[in-house]
Write a protein that binds this ligand. Structure first.
Ligand code: HEC
Length: 185
């Protein structure tokens, strides 16, 4: 869903919206008109390639001037999706400061700070080896807090690799700059 507002913050009804992204990305619908609430609802199917996709929405304001809005959507590959599932199961309660209806966050009870996996500014500085080591052997393996438990006995090597792949995929800023699949005209 996107919301089109005017400079005063009031919803703009009847504004035309058009999308573009990389080839292979499908929008349903690809263009349309905002409703009386200024909203336009769409679905997006990302391409077959895992990665970060940039989506551009163009709307024409009352002044007739085109306004572009850029947003990133993330397509996870098979291994990264496995990592996400394991993360939901084992890690999120400490690493995500937000509580949800299903899960109460334990983040604020910790003495050491567990970073959100999307915290690229922090996690991108860790090597792949360190990432694997701390998940496998726990915080003390890297001289860090034992509040970070070891998972080497709970999870298989491929599970730990999947978690590392997931952490790399959701990093913001991206782990490898330039890996985004950019919008094309
Ligand atoms: C009981 C709480 C808890 C759980 C559950 C937990 N962690 Fe942690 N984790 C921590 C804490 C606390 C730190 C910070 C340790 C420090 O800096 O001394 C940490 C640190 C890390 C780090 C280093 C980056 C950072 O945030 O400082 C990684 C990577 C990590 N954990 C991955 C995982 C993964 C993957 C899982 C699930 C398999 C997991 N953790 C589950 C508490 C937890």
């Amino acid at each position: 869903m996107i919301q089109v507002n005017d400079a005063q913050g009031a919803a703009v009804a009847g504004a035309s919206v058009r999308f573009h992204s990389a080839p292979g990305v499908i929008f349903q619908p690809a263009s349309g008109i905002t409703g009386s609430d200024g909203q336009f609802t769409f679905a997006v199917a990302l391409g077959g390639m895992a990665g970060r996709y940039q989506i551009v929405a163009t709307t024409t304001g009352a002044s007739g001037k085109a306004i572009e809005l850029r947003m990133d959507e993330l397509a996870l590959g098979f291994e990264q999706n496995q990592g996400r599932q394991l993360s939901d199961l084992y890690c999120t309660r400490c690493h995500d400061p937000e509580s949800t209806a299903e899960r109460v966050s334990n983040h604020d009870n910790l003495t050491a700070q567990a970073h959100a996996f999307s915290d690229g500014a922090f996690l991108n500085k860790m090597s792949d080896a360190d990432l694997m080591a701390i998940i496998q052997h726990g915080g003390p393996a890297l001289g860090k807090s034992a509040e970070m438990p070891p998972y080497g006995r709970t999870l298989s090597k491929s599970g730990i690799q999947a978690l590392a792949a997931y952490i790399r995929a959701v990093a913001d800023p991206p782990h490898q700059p330039g890996e985004a699949v950019y919008a094309q005209r």
